[in-house]
Design a protein around this ligand. Structure first.
Ligand code: UGA
Length: 443
């Protein structure tokens, strides 16, 4: 099938590559000429395991093209995806200017029936706004062309994006047009080989499904972080509690890992946006506000531990930091817990020596050169001259370090484990004090 995708960010690029991989002819459109030129050379602007070969292969065999030319791209496709960014507004609601901008462009160039698909995470009601924006442009040029607008949210995770996209656990199609549903069913048929994962619903329900999924996952994490905080105060170990409750299939083991708070481009933004949507229709989403508030506090947790360890004064101290990305297998620093920790440490007069396998360049881009940040080449280099060690991202490379070596390098014998990677005994055996999240040691 012929597909056009507006936006070559995470969602757009991965979706384009995977649809091309399934034999469709995909054109990816972006306004950024430099990015389009780099993509056409096979240079992937993001770190995402497995994406580069899929993009290169499909570009080389003519299944995947990149362009800045909106009009020919619209003429190319039966199905046009909108996968541009929806950054949060100052008040936390999603900014739809890019989505509606693409809708207008489609209206200006559409010359025959097409399905317009919202892939970006957009608030309930956006499909209606997209429909109106396309229709207004069509009528402005006196064109009488039929089209449908469908909500087809994306559920991929950074770091597993290609795998998630090629093997989705569900394909949500929000539409009441039989014609549009039929076309999307056909497009997604190769992803449904063993059993049908398609869930068809009305457009508003599909839009809400995306937010509900992310809000549910964020809720699980904040709930677990709250239990961790209680565990600290009552002298329990949340890691045992986690296993104890996860064994109940109604609860499950997934997404109940306590830690230094959730980050990334989705959970913080989507929880706030859903809260805003609810407020706009007169409902105060108390649970969502609490999920967000618990997370903000949780991101301050490691700093509180470290500050308490140094009797309230970290001025002049050097903190080694392992992990900068908001989670492993990405270089994404958006809303990363490492940022809250570093910013609090700097504010209090400490220096950070940090290592991350992928996110050093991004950290440099975000913070520039500063004397209180040293980006190191490897994990142990970060320990040189450091007082204590804090771990914020659970990269595999940090899972079984040499604690004796860590002890020998640190000036003060303490490890602050923001992802509960280590068994306290293993750390303590090397003569280090261990501070985890919800592991019986409170400050
Ligand atoms: C999230 C969802 O998992 C995807 O399903 C969704 O499609 C995506 O948002 C999106 O809306 O685009 P992502 O932001 O890539 O994906 O990252 P996750 O793997 O979900 O991790 C989010 C954060 O939660 C990370 O900071 C991670 O460290 C934290 N987390 C996760 C925990 O603290 N505990 C857990 O048990 C799990």
């Amino acid at each position: 099938m012929k597909v056009t995708i507006f936006g070559t960010g995470y969602v757009g690029l991965v979706t384009g590559a995977c649809l091309a991989e399934m034999g469709n002819h995909v054109v990816c459109v972006d306004i950024d000429e430099d990015k389009v030129a780099r993509l056409a050379r096979g240079e992937i602007p993001i770190f995402e395991p497995g994406l580069e070969p899929v993009v290169r292969r499909n570009h080389a065999n003519g299944q995947l093209d990149f362009t800045t030319d909106a009009s020919s791209s619209i003429a190319h496709a039966q199905i046009i995806f909108i996968a541009v960014g929806t950054p949060p507004d100052e008040d936390g609601s999603a900014d739809l200017q890019y989505v509606l901008g693409v809708a207008k462009t489609i209206g200006r160039h559409l010359d025959r029936y097409a399905v317009v698909v919202n892939k970006s995470t957009v608030p309930v009601g956006t499909a209606d706004r997209v429909r109106k924006a396309v229709a207004a442009e069509l009528s402005a040029r006196g064109a009488d062309i039929d089209f449908d607008v469908v909500s087809n949210p994306e559920f991929l995770k950074e770091g597993d994006a290609v795998e998630d996209c090629l093997r989705p656990d569900r394909i949500v199609i929000g539409s009441s047009s039989e014609r549009a549903i039929e076309l999307l069913r056909k497009l997604y048929a190769p992803f449904n080989r063993n059993h049908d994962r398609t869930v068809v619903m009305d457009v508003r329900s599909a839009e809400l499904t995306k937010y509900a999924a992310n809000a549910m996952l964020a809720t699980k994490i904040s709930f677990m972080n709250e239990i961790a905080n209680i565990a600290e105060l009552v002298g329990a170990d949340v890691e045992l509690v986690r296993q104890g409750i996860g064994s109940d299939p109604r609860i499950g083991y997934h997404f109940i890992y306590p830690g230094a708070g959730y980050g990334g481009s989705c959970f913080p933004k989507d929880v706030q946006a859903l809260e805003r949507t609810a407020r706009s229709v007169g409902y105060e989403a108390r649970l969502l506000s609490a999920v967000e508030a618990v997370n903000v506090d949780q991101k301050a947790k490691l700093f509180q531990f470290i500050q308490h360890y140094f009797d309230g004064n970290v001025r002049g101290r050097t903190i080694a930091l392992w992990g900068l990305a908001f989670k492993p297998n990405t270089d994404d620093m958006r809303e990363a817990s490492s940022r809250s920790l570093m910013e609090a440490l700097w504010e209090a007069g400490a220096t950070v020596r940090a290592f991350d396998p992928e996110a050093r360049e991004e950290t440099h881009r975000v913070y520039g050169q500063r004397s209180d940040l040293v980006l190191c080449e490897n994990a142990y280099q970060a320990l040189e001259g450091a007082d204590v060690l804090a771990i914020v991202t659970e990269w595999k490379a940090f899972r079984s370090p040499d604690f004796v070596r860590i002890r020998a390098m640190l000036k003060e014998p303490a490890v602050f484990d923001g992802r509960n990677l280590y068994e306290p005994e293993a750390v303590e055996e090397a003569g280090l004090a261990y501070y985890g999240i919800g592991r019986g040691r409170s400050v």
